[in-house]
Write a protein that binds this ligand. Structure first.
Ligand SMILES: N[C@@H](CCC(=O)N[C@@H](CS)C(=O)NCC(=O)O)C(=O)O
Length: 201
């Protein structure tokens, strides 16, 4: 059994879970609740102090979420093609979607860890600029993201990033972005495990 650090609010953990659904191995993952001794053990394996961390069947540990998704792909397939330009495209799209999550998380953290001070406007504007440019790019590019064989790692990463932005009220990203909104509505109603893994505080 694989073991995964679990937090119901983490977009990176959710991305890993959705990837496991896509790979058809969701039942092979045991979720380790935060605060438990086992969770502490798993977290201690990443000196960066970030989750998710996955323990493999052979006892070794993996982080970060991108590396874990590669591993799930090896176990169950369907997420990232092994070779060719299609692989490069999916990895590039995944990186973009993860960048969206990273910037959103930095917005959330800038408030959470401001120590009672007003968060830096310069820093917030920098992150919001990245988010808005990426959303505008996606509004045009999303037409190319449909995958005839189902869902790949990039679809999962993007649906997770967009839903995280709504969950934390980072950005009203649907405003004036009808194509992206339509893509998301379609994706979120069809992605296996999406409703079940909906983020919770
Ligand atoms: N690049 C990492 C990012 C993981 C990450 O930032 N996770 C957050 C939780 S959503 C975290 O552990 N934050 C605590 C921290 O940054 O100290 C990944 O893809 O796994």
């Amino acid at each position: 059994m694989l073991k995964l650090t679990f937090s119901p609010a983490s977009p990176y953990v959710r991305k890993v879970l959705l990837s496991a659904y896509r790979a058809g191995i969701q039942d092979e993952i045991e979720l380790v609740d935060s605060g438990t001794e086992y969770d502490k053990l798993l977290r201690s394996k990443n000196p960066l102090g970030k989750i998710p961390v996955l323990q493999k069947d052979d006892g070794d540990f993996l982080f970060d979420s991108r590396v874990i998704v590669e591993h799930l792909n090896k176990l169950g397939g369907g997420l990232i093609p092994e070779y060719g330009s299609e692989r490069d495209i999916i990895l590039r799209r995944s990186a973009l979607a993860e960048g969206l999550t990273d910037a959103s998380l930095l917005v959330v953290y800038s408030e959470r860890y401001a120590g009672g001070e007003i968060p830096s406007k310069l820093w917030l504007d920098l992150q919001i600029g990245k988010i808005d440019r990426t959303l505008d790019y996606l509004e045009i590019d999303i037409i190319n993201w449909s995958n005839p064989t189902g869902f790949d790692a990039s679809n999962i990463a993007l649906a997770t990033a967009l839903d995280y932005m709504s969950f934390r009220n980072v950005r009203d990203w649907k405003l004036n972005r009808s194509k992206l909104s339509q893509w998301f509505d379609n994706m979120s109603s069809r992605l296996p495990g999406f409703a079940k893994t909906s983020p919770k505080s």
